[in-house]
Design a protein around this ligand. Structure first.
Ligand SMILES: Cc1cc2nc3c(=O)[nH]c(=O)nc-3n(C[C@H](O)[C@H](O)[C@H](O)COP(=O)(O)OP(=O)(O)OC[C@H]3O[C@@H](n4cnc5c(N)ncnc54)[C@H](O)[C@@H]3O)c2cc1C
Length: 400
């Protein structure tokens, strides 16, 4: 039996609508390429909606005392994102919002000798201000207590409202984003066949000059580009006695933050503290109850003036998906692998999505893919994906 098919030729098909795919779509379409993004569920529903939204400027990656390759790659990102949020950057994110202008770094004790190298480095001195008595009003409300011990630094690192960023892309490029919930057949040359499970549309063949997979863990479907998955056990806290919003890395003796806190409001307007960092990395060895106990212990040590018994907690696990590294560590920057005209890409960090898109555009030029216009109206009736739900609004979370 022959199946009715339609064929659409485009410059670039992008598979996966997290931050990597969306930024690439925006960059390519703004430069005149006929780019199309295909998402199987909801935009951002992998890692992006679970990100803490910090546009790292390199601090977290320099804590071992040297300015690493990753720290240099990332150093320009806060300024680049700020330009885009003001509407004057390479993509227009003027409808998206920041949750905070600055992430803070708070050290609970005098820096160890290696951490001292970090605090002394020229790059970091230009990217953070120590909060002293002179600018004490810069101390976040949550840390303003006579019992507070430690030193506070204000980093040049804004914190994004990730859902609003995803929404900004979805609104601007909706005509070039489709949802394919059925099976997607992929040929080795990158040709894709979309199926409409509701059978309202004939099969749609997409014939791109180049196909880019930005599907996070979903890139595992490419046998030559298996991702590495690194788990995190994240914690959410809510309660009326949370001491206000906090955006901060808390530094202990180790060279990774012992706790990273970002703050959000759920759909009912309740303040949520979202806890990552060392707590989430070490927490993969703990079950839910143990992880909640560990979070309470950590918060009670760091902010003993808050009654943590009145705060409710929930946890969930999530995998970071990155390009495979021989030692299993975090890649230094964005990763791009290519097999002919098929590309697999991971930004490694949400903040690095702009760098990844730039690298992919350079590959397109090297493959002599030139912008051309294509009428996407043939896709008009196809379903469009929504935006993923933020973790603090997930219905299946168990709070206790
Ligand atoms: C808990 C956590 C906190 C983080 N915090 C930060 C932070 O504060 N700052 C920072 O810079 N980075 C942070 N990161 C890292 C950042 O979230 C990721 O690097 C980034 O979001 C990856 O984006 P992506 O688009 O590659 O993947 P994803 O966001 O995972 O998107 C992949 C998309 O592909 C879709 N997909 C999968 N398979 C298919 C398929 N077959 N067909 C079509 N679509 C498909 C998925 O549905 C999804 O929408 C954090 C990560 C985690 C897990």
């Amino acid at each position: 039996m022959s199946v009715l098919q339609r064929v659409l030729n485009v410059d670039v098909a992008i598979v996966g609508g997290g931050i990597a795919g969306l930024w690439l779509l925006a960059r390519l379409r703004d430069r005149g390429y006929s780019a199309l993004l295909i998402e199987s569920e909801q935009l951002g529903c992998g890692q992006s909606i679970c990100a803490q939204g910090i546009v790292h400027g390199g601090a977290k990656y320099s804590l071992h005392g040297e300015i690493s390759e990753s720290a240099e790659a990332i150093a320009g990102m806060p300024a680049l994102w700020r330009r885009c949020l003001s509407g004057a950057g390479e993509v227009d994110l003027s409808s998206a919002q920041l949750l905070a202008e600055h992430q803070y770094l708070w050290a609970t004790r005098a820096p160890t000798s290696r951490l001292a190298g970090f605090f002394a480095s020229a790059l970091m001195r230009s990217r953070m201000d120590k909060v002293t008595e002179k600018n004490a009003e810069a101390v976040p409300m949550a840390l303003r207590h006579p019992a507070f011990r430690g030193t506070v630094y204000r980093l040049d690192e804004p914190v994004l409202d990730v859902a609003s960023v995803l929404m900004a892309f979805a609104e601007r490029y909706h005509h070039a984003i489709v949802c394919n919930q059925g099976p997607m057949v992929r040929k080795a040359d990158g040709t894709l066949t979309l199926h409409d499970p509701g059978h309202l549309h004939p099969q749609q063949v997409i014939r791109p000059s180049v196909t880019v997979f930005t599907a996070g863990a979903g890139n595992a479907g490419l046998p030559w580009a298996p991702p590495q998955l690194r788990p995190l056990h994240m914690v959410l806290a809510r309660g009326t006695n949370l001491p206000g919003p906090l955006f901060a890395h808390c530094l202990g003796v180790r060279e990774v933050p012992r706790l990273t806190v970002s703050s959000h409001y759920d759909a009912s307007g309740r303040l949520i503290w979202y806890l990552g960092g060392g707590l989430a990395e070490d927490g993969v060895r703990r079950d839910r109850q143990e992880q909640i106990r560990a979070a309470r212990r950590e918060l009670s040590k760091l902010l003993p003036w808050v009654d943590w018994n009145l705060v409710e907690f929930a946890t969930f696990t999530i995998q970071r998906a990155e390009a495979h590294q021989s030692g299993g560590g975090r890649p230094a920057g964005p990763s791009v692998l290519r097999d002919g005209r098929v590309i697999a890409a991971w930004p490694t960090k949400l903040a690095l999505a702009p760098l990844l898109a730039k690298q992919i555009e350079e590959i397109l030029r090297s493959l002599d893919v030139r912008p051309r216009s294509t009428d996407l109206r043939v896709l008009e009736g196809w379903p469009r994906p929504g935006i993923a739900v933020c973790p603090w609004d997930w219905e299946d979370l168990a709070w206790s």
